[in-house]
Write a protein of this length. Structure first.
Length: 172
């Protein structure tokens, strides 16, 4: 049976320099109300390596706070769709989120990373041509994408170039 699924609200604010867009939350994420909640999804390990913070062992509020401090925001390209299970290949009738307008409202935004091919296919066309904005196709963090972690990480590390170094004297 196909069921309707909806994305979460964005986790991004005026200091967001890099916005990472997924496709649509999977079943585990929807059940927990958290981005990238599936324990085998490598998102938190990947983005933690990008920002230099171990996020894999942190609780969800701590993960979001670390992303905010680093200038990283999260959202999804699909606002709602029908989908059985969690795989992107089963997304039907996607209604996109208003990505272009949202991106224009982030004054520090320098780059948008698309987590996987479906996110790229649906989202990049909406933001293409935005002045001063780099669009980056990222290897999917999903466990369904079986590329070794090291190869995924090599695709994610270019995001570092768009993140400002932490201001001196602001250590915890």
């Amino acid at each position: 049976m196909t069921t309707a699924k909806s994305s979460f609200p964005p986790e991004a604010g005026p200091g967001t320099r890099v916005l990472i867009l997924g496709s649509l939350p999977g079943e585990v994420s929807l059940a927990r109300g958290q981005y990238y909640a599936h324990p085998r999804n490598q998102f938190w390990r990947l983005i933690g390596a990008v920002i230099g913070v171990d996020l894999a062992g942190a609780d969800y509020p701590g993960r979001l706070a670390a992303l905010e401090r680093a200038g990283v925001g999260l959202w999804d390209v699909v606002k709602s769709a029908s989908r059985v299970g969690s795989l992107d290949q089963h997304i039907r009738d996607p209604a996109p989120n208003p990505l272009a307008g949202f991106a224009r409202g982030l004054p520090e935004l320098k780059a948008v990373g698309f987590n996987g091919g479906t996110a790229w296919k649906i989202g990049a066309i909406q933001i293409a041509g935005a002045p001063g904005l780099e669009l980056i196709a990222l290897p999917s963090s999903s466990p369904a994408h079986t590329l070794p972690f090291e190869r995924k990480l090599a695709g994610w590390l270019p995001l570092r170039a768009f993140l400002a170094p932490a201001p001196a004297g602001n250590a915890p």
